[in-house]
Design a protein around this ligand. Structure first.
Ligand code: FAD
Length: 282
């Protein structure tokens, strides 16, 4: 597939400090050289991080250069809060949203904290409230969601999210292209025909990656774990290896027909830009 036909997108988390905001602005300036379709901004379950998401997407949107897409999760929000946020996003001209169930933060207790339990209900709610205003992205899991009761059930719930009105999907990150190929096959057999863009996690710090992966159920294959562990404190060599390895993964995914790439940037540009350079995406 030709690079100009790809949908690239970059994900940020909302910074909490002035220094964090400066770092993000710098990363944005560097990453916009990739001409992404949009910059998305994650959404935490706590109150202040939710305001930071709003502030961050509004700042990006108001530059008038690239679309900003807030993530929105329902697990700890009631319908009134969700409605209020949707209205604010609409007023700021935002047209794309990433709809998620979210994870209940530790210490938040158990049981249904919000009015909506699953992402499919949130997608339905967004459609009921705002019609076709938003392009809705949902999450997909080629290695299956860690709380899924079975592979087939997880696929069926993904189908339900799409049926509720999702336009496209972004996957959890993974390092095994076969998982993505199988997932696309399974979706095609179930009549799911929305674009499913692989989420790409650059490798720049092994401990951090291992911690994230344990939390979200993304597998780091044994061969990769061992290679990364071998670098020890030699961060420069680990990062060079990470760029080469992830660029090759991206190429494999594009060869499998991936319609684009969504980069989990962690608010840093360097690894993403180096991967893009190897792929000749600029
Ligand atoms: P769902 O699609 O609702 O699925 C969650 C689980 O419930 C799955 O195991 C599924 O099989 C099961 N399920 C679904 N429907 C039903 C049903 N009707 N009955 C029974 N079981 C069902 N988290 C954040 O907090 N903030 C973010 O900004 C954020 N951004 C993300 C971006 C991407 C691209 C991805 C891939 C994940 C992101 N996450 C984020 C993490 C996400 O919130 C978690 O993975 C969460 O655990 C599941 O969210 P979901 O939208 O996939 O949930």
């Amino acid at each position: 597939m030709k690079p100009d036909k790809l949908t690239l997108s970059c994900e940020f988390f909302p910074p909490r400090t002035e220094k964090g905001r400066d770092n993000l602005r710098q990363a944005y300036e560097q990453l916009k050289t990739l001409n992404p379709a949009f910059f998305s901004v994650t959404f935490g379950a706590g109150g202040s991080t939710q305001e930071n998401t709003l502030d961050t997407v509004v700042e990006i949107q108001q530059r008038g250069e690239y679309d900003a897409a807030p993530h929105l999760s329902c697990i700890t929000s009631d319908k009134a809060m969700l409605r209020n946020l949707l209205q604010q996003y609409q007023q700021h001209g935002i047209q794309r949203i990433v709809a998620l169930r979210g994870d209940r933060p530790s210490g938040f207790g158990s049981g249904a904290a919000g009015d909506l339990e699953y992402a499919s209900e949130l997608v339905q709610f967004i459609r009921e409230e705002t019609g076709d205003h938003f392009h809705i992205e949902v999450a997909a899991y080629p290695e299956f969601h860690p709380q899924a009761t079975s592979a087939q059930a997880d696929l069926e719930f993904f189908r339900q999210k799409v049926a509720a009105g999702a336009d496209s999907a972004i996957t959890q990150y993974f390092y095994n292209p076969d998982a993505y190929a199988r997932f696309l096959d399974n979706c095609a057999k179930m009549g799911i025909d929305i674009p499913i863009v692989p989420g790409i996690m650059p490798i720049s710090n092994y401990q951090q990656l291992a911690r994230f992966s344990d939390g979200c159920g993304a597998e780091i294959p044994r061969w990769l774990r061992w290679r990364l562990q071998d670098f020890g404190d030699d961060l420069a060599s680990l990062q060079a290896y990470g760029v080469e390895m992830v660029a090759r993964l991206c190429q494999d995914l594009l060869d499998l027909g991936a319609p684009g790439l969504h980069f989990y940037t962690l608010n840093k540009a360097d690894s993403v830009l180096n991967i893009a350079k190897q792929l000749n995406l600029r």
